[in-house]
Design a binder for this molecule. Sequence first.
Ligand SMILES: C[S@@+](CC[C@H](N)C(=O)[O-])C[C@H]1O[C@@H](n2cnc3c(N)ncnc32)[C@H](O)[C@@H]1O
Length: 286
Amino acid sequence: MILSIEHLIEHGRAQLDSCSDSAKLDAQLLLCFVLEKERSYLLTWPDKILSQAQSSQYLELLARRINGEPIAYIVGVKEFWSLPFFVSPATLIPRPDTEILIELVLTHYGEKQNLNCLDLGTGTGAIALALASELPSWHIDAIDFSFDAVALAKRNAKALALSQVNIYQSDWFSKVSQSTSFEIIVSNPPYIDGNDENLSVGDVRFEPKSALVANEQGLGDIADITAKAVNYLAPNGALFFEHGFEQGKAVRNILRTAGFNDIETVKDLNGHDRITWGKLSITSKI
Ligand SMILES: C[S@@+](CC[C@H](N)C(=O)[O-])C[C@H]1O[C@@H](n2cnc3c(N)ncnc32)[C@H](O)[C@@H]1O
């Protein structure tokens, strides 16, 4: 095989065509990772010949991708809210749909200064750090059950120079101080039913079940968080959830039953229910 950039991309594209919707892009991203260059470099130097070591590394990464491993885990980075996040198998790879939650918070609360905000199940830190990048006056706490995810989120906070976000390990609210009232609580919790056949397809096969699966048809964590959130929200505080595309009605019911009002569900880019949020009635807090 000729070991030029152009030929290696074409070889990768052909190998990935049957298993990836973005075969050429995947091949380019793997080559960028090997060469430590931007994609523009590949287009500018298609005839450049790679060393034997570089080609071997590329073919090894290609084999992992053919085996289904997500590109983000192979290269270790994923862009979210136009920021580069380190990722690892400790937690979920941030998804574009989650950016809708950020947009929603900014739309309704972006003008407000010095709010207390809590991100439950922060994973890479995606939601908390994206909000912190937009809202420097806010006091943001971010927790995760997984110690590895907490370490990863802290690494991202440092790399993004957003170390003001307070990141720590907690089983939902177990280590969150009740002396703080949060005006905003956000969460993209596990929400997939354990029997969902999509768990055996695509990228999610490589992501930890602890980040994906919840009991009660995927609604267990949302119900648990909602029940506890009423003790941590400020009067008229808001709770935002990302959830499954068929869970909008159920999540609205959970919020309504717990005493939330002004409840709204917002659709994702495919027109599916994706984010539901509401405000806690002033009288609901104990
Ligand atoms: C769907 S992932 C979301 C990650 C990240 N917020 C994002 O949007 O990309 C859910 C996260 O919740 C965490 N988690 C699961 N159960 C938890 C619990 N009982 N307490 C705290 N975090 C939990 C998982 O470790 C995982 O990082």
